[in-house]
Design a protein around this ligand. Structure first.
Ligand code: GRF
Length: 203
């Protein structure tokens, strides 16, 4: 399946997706990397790998709809079938999300439904939780909600700072996000209400 990865910055999750998708048996191909920030570091990586990439600078558009229509045109041009949001820092409208219902994933650096939004590692440390992690989920209009495809937990250590915790969570993001895309592109996921079932999960 032709997949676009939407980024705004560093793009390490995008990199993990591009690397996994190179495996010949992987059911998705990263056919486009799209950034809303022309200077995003991730774009140079994509370019160096020969992956088609583009920037749609949200700042030059009058509003969200115009910005999204421009992205949608590019996605159509590249015949994109699936989207992975990977550190994409723009809120999307219900219109855009509706176009991609059941075909768009996000990676979030917390164990949803805990710690929606930003600064998840700081907040987890401030709360003193002992388990933290990341979530790959389908995108629905409400931010950081939507049926959960995969999660990974990490232990919070006594010496953790937001940065050390983020780094350990990020390692897990790089594992579960490609695995979630593999299942979606392979057609083995089914959504029932808030739950996602996977055909090829062993019983
Ligand atoms: C990741 O922690 C991801 O979970 C969050 O934003 C960060 C993006 O990092 N949504 P990168 O650009 O993939 O390196």
């Amino acid at each position: 399946k032709r997949t676009a990865v939407l980024i705004s910055g560093r793009g390490s999750n995008m990199q993990a997706l591009v690397e996994r998708a190179r495996e010949p048996s992987f059911p998705a191909e990263i056919a486009l990397v799209l950034s809303n920030r022309p200077e995003a570091a991730g774009l140079s990586f994509a370019k160096s790998q020969g992956v088609a990439c583009a920037a749609v600078d949200h700042k030059i558009y009058a509003g969200r709809e115009e910005f999204e229509r421009s992205m949608q045109a590019l996605l159509d041009l590249h015949r994109i079938e699936l989207i992975c949001l990977a550190g994409f820092m723009r809120l999307l409208t219900p219109w855009f999300i509706g176009q991609w219902r059941g075909r768009m994933l996000n990676i979030h650096p917390a164990l949803l439904p805990a710690y929606r939004g930003l600064n998840t590692h700081e907040r987890a440390l401030a709360d003193g939780v002992k388990i933290h992690g990341c979530t790959a989920h389908f995108v629905v209009p409400a931010m950081d909600e939507g049926p959960i495809v995969a999660q990974a937990a990490v232990a919070v250590l006594d010496g953790d700072t937001p940065a050390t915790l983020a780094a350990r969570v990020l390692e897990q993001e790089h594992l579960i996000y490609p695995a979630a895309l593999e299942r979606l592109a392979g057609g083995s996921l089914h959504i029932l209400g808030n739950r996602v079932f996977c055909d090829d999960e062993t019983e």
